[in-house]
Design a binder for this molecule. Structure first.
Ligand code: ADP
Ligand code: MG
Length: 259
């Protein structure tokens, strides 16, 4: 779908949603009055306390805020790895609450890619096998999966490391492999939770450059949770969370990449 097509339909708002949501029927992500309460203590921990926003296709958004403000919780819910306590999350028109367990797993495989702070590569698989795993799980035939994996490894500068085990790579290399795995199945939404948190500044910058170029070149929508100023500067918009509430939703002044 072309960008022009999306723009032409900007005014197709869904009147049933609250004005704070500001999404359109073609927004990639529409979150409405999202609450997440973790059971445990008697009252429970309120991680998200009524959050509403929309994200358009092709955006690069950072989610910022102090530790414990709910960034990871929000990303896990957007990635269908956890369910909300209340409220609605629609991604690419699909209400996540309506998905059963199998449909949720399929959604995770096809629609979203996830990059974690601690890489989460499987230690007994080679780098190439790790990158190819989402394709194998999604039923790709061997030959296109191997070819796609080779392209991905080339794209993240790891063409010569495919047969290595993750333990033989540096942190920066492991995270580049994890980014390749996250985008392998060409997801529309790339979620990155503190992706530079375990890296030195030079490797952190390289990961952010990679996310920014994927956003620019393949148009994947990126949502980045971070408390790093340097990482957040790559985003074009910031959502700021505090105590489970959205504080501010605006364009980021420090735009690095052209829109
Ligand atoms: P952030 O990523 O911004 O640091 P989190 O989303 O991890 O914040 O956590 C938000 C709040 O929810 C915190 O108070 C945290 O302790 C709590 N929390 C997160 N995960 C769980 C869980 N599985 N069980 C209970 N409380 C949790
Ligand atoms: Mg977190």
């Amino acid at each position: 779908m072309s960008a022009a097509f999306c723009r032409g339909h900007d005014r197709l708002t869904d009147e049933s949603r609250s004005p704070a949501t500001q999404g359109t029927v073609l927004s990639l992500v529409v979150v409405d009055n999202l609450r997440k309460v973790y059971a445990g203590s008697e009252a429970g921990v309120v991680a998200l306390d009524g959050v509403s926003f929309a994200i358009e296709r092709g955006e690069f958004v950072s989610i910022r805020g102090p530790s414990g403000c709910g960034k990871s919780t929000l990303l896990h819910i957007l990635g269908a790895m956890d369910r909300p306590s209340e409220g609605s999350v629609r991604i690419d028109g699909q209400e996540l609450a309506a998905l059963g367990v199998d449909a949720m797993a399929r959604f995770r495989r096809r629609k979203v890619g996830f990059v974690f702070q601690s890489f989460h590569l499987l230690p007994t698989l080679t780098v190439a096998e790790n990158v190819m795993l989402p394709l194998t799980l999604d039923g790709w035939a061997d030959r296109p999966a191997v070819q796609r994996t080779a392209e991905l490894l080339e794209g993240v500068g790891l063409a010569s490391r495919g047969e290595h085990l993750p333990s033989q790579l540096s942190g920066g290399e492991m995270q580049r492999a994890a980014v390749a795995r996250a985008v392998a199945a060409r997801p529309e939404l790339l979620l990155a939770d503190e992706p530079t948190g375990n890296l030195d500044s030079q490797n952190g910058e390289r990961i952010m450059e990679l996310l920014a170029s994927l956003n620019r070149q393949s148009g994947v929508t990126v949502v980045l949770a971070t408390h790093s100023e340097e990482a957040a500067a790559y985003a074009r918009r910031t959502l700021r969370l505090r105590d489970g509430l959205l504080q501010q939703d605006g364009e980021d002044a420090r735009t690095r990449s052209p829109v």
